[in-house]
Design a protein around this ligand. Structure first.
Ligand code: F6P
Length: 527
């Protein structure tokens, strides 16, 4: 972090202290145009950031931070295929997967767009065969699809399939991610091997959890269909050598590239389960939504740029106020998995403590992300958000329209609750208003953003997801960290391998420490 940026943070601290003399409630009272001034609309999506404890002067200085960090240049570097993932020497081009403009994107001098288009065409052809029932590996059409994958090979597709369930008209979708046999067993219990297609989704095709589940699924299918087993499997991977070794033919292997990060991969072949559920046209709309967000991120001025504003407000909260967590609160039951998806996207990307040059960061980076759909969360953990000693900035998400017109009364209540929560956090309740009862006092001044959209359709979902992707990118630039590697997951993986070896050898003296040995001894007794 340059000394100029550190100095700018000091200026922002002065703004924070100045703003302590006023409340958000007063800011709304004195400026009736606050919502108009502090919201941005892109198509059917509105981003309202007026309920943050900030004003124009502070925002102007926050925006300077983005300029100083050379955000425009770094954004261009990402979109144009430069190898910004420096620790893995890779380009970062999930945006190329939804680049429908035909514009060239070069990686190592080669245009990647024709490859993207070709793979999408193959994906559409296979998906159509399965959806129209002509793909019959055991003589019967496919009724159920099981995606076996973990992390980015599970969370994005699973969330999108759930979110877009009103558009689903393909085979039923299932997701198995956990190496805990319970996950696979519970899924297989209701399935017929003859009519089930397994998608083995793994960028590397080496992930222990996924390969273990894939091998067990294979045995389960083989027991019923015998030599037809291979036809019940398809693979989504960058590692074509390994998919071949697993016995999945090239015909049913859809590829992607090392410049697609796992947690950014739902737009690639990894989205096959989504396409199988909703069809190629709807999947196209999903890509179009992301493309609209990409264009907005590239073209809008920083002061009207949704991901830039989201990122800067995040920095305002994390680095100037010291808030350690961020809640994602979709008032949309079909977005129940959105917080889990964002947890990986944000925490695996920006949970870093060294900068690009390997020097330790001197300020905090990514916050803890958590969340639940409203209104359920209200009856669980919102107490702490309203009256706890931690201040937790929140993102509320809500549609103007539900998918169930016959239950519109429900939607009215949902919307009212969503707006009430952000209002309560913002305005609070004074001791006087609480008639002198301190237990009923709400501090107020608790920050939130609200995304309001017309309806949760494929395009809107694509837009929303891409907005969060770009917010994370911007924060990575501001913190000068690499948002696109994930070395922090490696040590645990290596140690699990060591412990498996100890268990296989039936000799716990080989354990690395007394606690691991003690627990292995105890587990052995129970087993
Ligand atoms: O958790 C580490 C990680 O590499 C994630 O980044 C990735 O999404 C997940 O594992 C799964 O990896 P793969 O798709 O290679 O199986």
């Amino acid at each position: 972090m340059s000394s100029a940026i550190i100095q700018m943070l000091d200026t922002l601290v002065e703004h924070r202290d100045r703003l302590a003399g006023t409340s958000m409630r007063e800011q709304f009272e004195t400026n009736p145009a606050r919502f108009n001034e502090m919201s941005v609309q892109l198509g059917d999506l509105i981003f309202d950031y007026s309920k943050n404890h900030i004003d124009d002067a502070a925002l102007r200085d926050l925006l300077k931070l983005a300029e100083h960090a050379e955000l425009a240049e770094k954004r261009q570097a990402m979109f144009s295929g430069q190898k910004i993932n420096s620790t893995e020497n890779r380009a970062v081009l999930h945006t190329a997967l939804r680049n429908r403009s035909g514009k060239t994107v070069l990686v190592d001098g080669e245009d990647v767009i024709p490859q993207v288009d070709a793979e999408l065409t193959r994906m559409e052809a296979f998906s159509e065969q399965v959806r129209n029932g002509s793909y019959k590996p055991s003589g019967k059409p496919i009724t159920d699809v099981v995606n076996i994958g973990i992390g980015g090979s599970d969370l994005g597709p699973k969330m999108a399939v759930e979110a877009l369930s009103p558009y689903a008209d393909g085979p039923r979708s299932h997701f198995v991610s956990n190496v805990d046999g319970a996950d696979l067993a519970d899924t297989l219990e209701h399935l017929n091997a003859e009519t089930t297609l397994f998608i083995i989704a793994s960028k590397t095709f080496t992930t222990r959890e996924t390969m273990t589940n894939a091998n067990s699924a294979r045995k389960w299918v083989e027991a019923t269909v015998g030599e037809k087993v291979g036809e019940h499997f398809c693979a989504l991977s960058t590692n074509l050598e390994k998919t071949g070794k697993f016995g999945i033919s090239e015909e049913r292997t859809l590829g992607f590239w090392d410049w697609v990060g796992g947690r950014y991969s739902v737009w690639s072949a990894i989205g096959l389960s989504v396409m199988l559920a909703i069809g190629a046209d709807r999947f196209d709309e999903f890509l179009d939504g992301a493309l609209a967000a990409d264009k907005h991120f590239q073209e809008a001025g920083f002061d009207k740029n949704i991901p830039v504003l989201m990122a800067l407000l995040g920095v305002w909260h994390r680095n100037i106020f010291g808030f350690a967590a961020h809640a994602l609160l979709p008032y949309d039951n079909r977005l129940a998995s959105l917080p889990r998806w964002l947890q990986q996207l944000d925490m695996e990307s920006n949970g870093k403590s060294v900068m690009l040059d390997g020097v330790s960061v001197s300020i905090d980076t990514g916050p803890v992300i958590f969340g639940e759909p409203g209104t359920n969360g209200q009856h669980a953990f919102y107490q702490l958000i309203h009256q706890g000693t931690e201040i937790i900035p929140c993102d509320f998400l809500v549609a103007a329209l539900g998918h169930e017109p016959e239950l519109d009364e429900h939607h009215k209540i949902l919307l009212a609750n969503c707006l009430a929560q952000s209002e309560a956090l913002m305005r609070g309740r004074t001791l006087k208003e609480a008639e002198g009862n301190p237990h009923r006092v709400f501090e107020g001044n608790r920050p939130s953003n609200t995304f309001l959209y017309r309806k949760l359709d494929p395009k809107t979902l694509g837009m929303l997801m891409a907005m969060y992707e770009h917010k994370i990118f911007v924060q990575g630039v501001l913190w000068n960290i690499n948002s696109f590697d994930q070395w922090g997951v490696e040590l645990g993986k290596e140690l699990a391998g060591d412990i498996e070896k100890v268990m296989d050898a039936n000799d716990n003296t080989g354990a690395n420490n007394a606690s691991t040995k003690g627990l292995l001894d105890a587990a052995a007794k129970f087993r």
